[in-house]
Design a binder for this molecule. Structure first.
Ligand code: ZN
Length: 221
């Protein structure tokens, strides 16, 4: 991969953003990460992000986005709201309206501050759980808007956009990060690292992808 310039990775310490961090470290000369603190159920998420950033030796920015919870309390920020998938076209209870709009906007403003041209996010349309702001068309539209707003030419990268969870594991494996991602990252809504609680929707999605990838790999060997 071509090495060029500097990137900011939107980073939560989960499987997807950690895979994106490994991807970015191959692709760019310099990488920094940004984590948003929006009163996640589990402060653990920010701790995990801090730890991984430390181990990868990248500069870690934590931005306070607690206002998001003020505007739109939801299952990711409030213990009294149950985590469940949306049914019959409803959005899941984990949906935070405008989250990627805000996160990517702030990440890009940060990119400008630190002289980075590239912003990397792990959003993915393939199993996007019905989040409208994970769609490719939204990201492209926002990229144009951000460039117009700051008269600049940032590039928003979405390396996972068209991958399913099994293919995301494959990417981690190709980046020699399979075990690292499996053991160190936090995806579980119940705040348990690695393979997690096994029961919540995030754990189920992660495990299904992992099992599919491992099975495919065995067949191909
Ligand atoms: Zn879980």
């Amino acid at each position: 991969m071509e090495k060029n310039n500097k990137a900011v990775v939107v980073f939560s310490g989960g499987q997807d953003s950690t895979t994106c961090l490994f991807w970015a470290m191959k692709k760019f000369d310099e990488v920094e990460v940004v984590t948003f603190d929006y009163n996640q159920r589990h402060k653990e998420e920010i701790e995990v992000a801090r730890e991984i950033a430390g181990e990868m030796d990248v500069r870690h920015h934590v931005l306070d986005m607690s206002l998001l919870n003020q505007l739109a309390p939801n299952a990711l920020t409030r213990n009294d709201i149950e985590v469940k998938d949306g049914e019959d076209g409803e959005l899941p209870s984990t949906f935070v309206p405008g989250r990627n709009l805000l996160f990517l906007s702030f990440a890009t403003i940060l990119a400008r501050q630190i002289g980075a041209k590239h912003v990397v996010t792990g959003v993915c349309e393939t199993d996007f759980s019905g989040y409208p702001d994970c769609r490719d068309i939204f990201i492209k539209s926002l990229n144009v808007t951000l460039n117009l707003s700051m008269e600049d030419d940032f590039v928003v990268h979405t390396p996972l956009m068209w991958l399913d969870k099994a293919q995301t594991w494959e990417m981690a494996d190709q980046l020699d990060a399979f075990n690292y991602v499996r053991e160190k990252t936090l995806t579980c809504y119940n705040g348990i690292r690695g393979d997690g609680c096994g029961e919540c929707p995030a754990c189920q999605l992660r495990r299904n992808g992992l099992e599919t990838y491992v099975a495919q790999k065995e067949v191909n060997q």
